[in-house]
Every structure is written in structure tokens, then in C-alpha cells.
Design a protein around this ligand. Sequence first.
Ligand SMILES: [Ca+2]
Ligand SMILES: [Ca+2]
Length: 293
Amino acid sequence: MPVGFASCLPPSACMKSNLFCTIVAFLALTGASGAVADTVTLTSVDDNTLIEDPAGVYSCGAAQYFFVGRVGVNGGSTLRRGAVRFDFSSIPAGSTITAVSLRMYCSAAGQVASQTINLKRFNASWGEGVSVAFGGGGAPAQTDDVTWLHRHYPSTLWTTPGGQYSSTVTAARSVGGVGYYTWATNAQFVADVQSMLTTPSGNFGWCVTGNEVTLQSVKRLDAHESTVAASRPQLTVVFNPPTNFDLTGDNKVNAADLAILLSAWGTSGPGDFSGDGSVGPQDIAMLLSAWTG
Ligand SMILES: [Ca+2]
Ligand SMILES: [Ca+2]
């Protein structure tokens, strides 16, 4: 490492005199990056069922299951919509989400015929109370439970019965009989979670909708209250944590930070932003891309 490198800043000036600096500047311009990916698997923190009934008085917030689709004649031929939400506070603020997938367990089905189960983002908050039911008929709603008419029973109503959620399908998966199913990552799934991470106050989770026409199309999915931990809804999120280039802690990225990086040249850091185990040219390029002066 050339001892006099620090003297060649700012980067715009160094390009004229120093080939090494030119290479570094090129790396910065081309966005060279080696951010280290991290992965978390989150279990749902809230899940419940919107049970269609004219009075909106049934729910199953604390049940081991939630239900999606249309039940049969014996159940009144009515609809069920799932509600599921995850807490992203364990992911560092400022992280970039790169992949999201959801695994859920279908523990019973009205019929084994496959149905498309969609996730659509809720536009308003909803609650999970202590109502418990074994079946999809639900139990009398308790305080804070979501119902067909209420976001939070008994006093806060949906503006649209059956829930307020986006018409955009975030993720779709065909679900047949009993078993595990995974809703794979896609751009909309990533965008949803990125938004929920950036603005936690706008994280209302997803509405889970199924076949709303066919009788007995209903599927029973395990909730976070399931006694079988593995069968609870599990969202796997891959992300790149934000890189802190301010090695001195003065809220600027400048020559003082570069000096610290240079003093650690060839070692594991500080300044190994790329995470490859050694401070080198790529790390300088990353620091320069965040330069504040
Ligand atoms: Ca629940
Ligand atoms: Ca600094």
C-alpha cells in the first residue's frame, strides 16, 4: 500500500496523478460492492381468520390454526380469509432486503384439490385476541380480534367488510392436501418487506386468500399458536445490513476514516466493508462511494 495515498484526496484530484487512485475511483464508479448477506427466519407474531358472518362476531385469534377459502354447506358456505403478520425489528434499520420466502403448513383441507392461495398486503391494522376455536366456525370474538367487519373488535371497523388489502398479489402458491408449502421469493415480496422494514408503522402483514367460489375449497393453515413449532408460519428473509463507513463516529465519511482503513491495510479491519477478511482496494472503493468530505 502506498504510504502517501491519503494525500491524493479528494478522489477527483487523485485520478490525474496516481494510477492506483484511478483504479480505486473506477471501482467506486462501477459500484463495486461485496456486502455481506445475512438471513433470518421469523415466525408470525399475529395470525387470525376473517370469518364471514353478517354480525362480525366470530374470530379465532388464539387458535392453533387459521382458515382460507370457502367452507361447505354445513359451515354456511361462507368465506374465510387468513391474516398473518411478522415483526422485522430484528433486521437492522437501513438493510437492503434481497429475498423473502414464506413456508406454511396445511394441516387440513376441505378437499385435497389444489387451490391457489394468495398473499395480498393489508392496508390497515388488525388484531389478534384470545378467542379459541378448534374449527373454522370460530368462537365469540374477544377484545382486539379481527372479524369480517372489525379490524379490532368490538369498536374499530373495516371500511370494507372482509378486510382492506391491496389488489396486488404479493405471492401465490398452489396448495393441495396436508403438507408444507413455500411461497417463493419474487420482486413484489421483496418490495413489501423492504417497505415494512423501512416503515414499521405501515406493516399490517398480509391477507391470505384462497378459492372464494368453490364450496369446501377451504384450507386450514397452522398458526403461531401451533404446538408443533416447525409448522408455524415461517418467513425467511435474506438481507444486506447497512455498512457503517464512519469509522471515527463523527457522522462524516472523510480522510480521517480513510486513514483508519489504511492503517489496517491487509488485516481483517477496521475497514473490511466487503467482508472478505482483508482490508483492500474494494473497501476503499466502497468508502469513496459514501464519501461526505
Ligand atoms: Ca393467532
Ligand atoms: Ca468519520
